[in-house]
Write a protein that binds this ligand. Sequence first.
Ligand SMILES: C[S@@+](CC[C@H](N)C(=O)[O-])C[C@H]1O[C@@H](n2cnc3c(N)ncnc32)[C@H](O)[C@@H]1O
Length: 241
Amino acid sequence: MPEPRTFRDEPVSFVRRSGRMSDGQERAFEELAPFYLLDVPRDVAFTSVHPDARLDVASAYGRTAQLIVEIGSGQGHAIVSAATARPDDDFLAVEVFRAGLARTMLDADTAGARNLRLVEANAPEVLSTYLPEAAASEVWIFFSDPWHKKRHVKRRLIRPGFPETAARALADGGMLRLATDWEDYALQMRDVLDAAPDFERAFEGEWAERFDGRVMTAFERKGIAKGREIRDLTYRRVPRA
Ligand SMILES: C[S@@+](CC[C@H](N)C(=O)[O-])C[C@H]1O[C@@H](n2cnc3c(N)ncnc32)[C@H](O)[C@@H]1O
């Protein structure tokens, strides 16, 4: 492989928190990571993905099934619950927050979910090169960090350019499911995706119905407690020409 680059070209949508992990979280990494956490060749930074690295999906899961990818899976509540409820599908959690990854592995192990893998990496790099083209039947992004201060808006994950990245990883007819409690970001998501030739709306009216595979998380609860409305969006990947 060529030498790694020394900088990222684009702002990332996260700040890596360096807080110490508890003994239980450290143990999750030692004991459960060999099964759950994919070993990713890196590029510029610990959360990067080497542009030449490709996931062999069938060998990662030991079978071929529909693959559902969750970006920013946090503590893993949604994806562990979905993986447990849908044993015939495979799930990939993409997250940079180590304590959240540890929690996800512990809960997956307790639930006996073997159809789930995790990747500790910057999501756009996973979607744009690490996953094979059209590998995902769905991509979920729930409560993406809103970066509401004006000077930070450029860090939002769902911004111009993102639809092309997501469309590459999605199969024809695949679904992109979003939810947010931040009105201004919901409007940005909808504008950006409405303008994307690779996607079409899979909802009628202003917003999509709440996706029934989405469980309530702390972020949603906090948004509701602050009086914010939760908005879902669902877009279908237009078949490739
Ligand atoms: C506000 S939290 C929501 C977590 C979860 N989806 C939920 O609803 O509880 C957003 C999460 O996205 C993760 N994240 C943000 N940007 C990311 C990126 N570029 N790649 C991977 N994870 C990212 C953050 O670390 C954080 O855990």
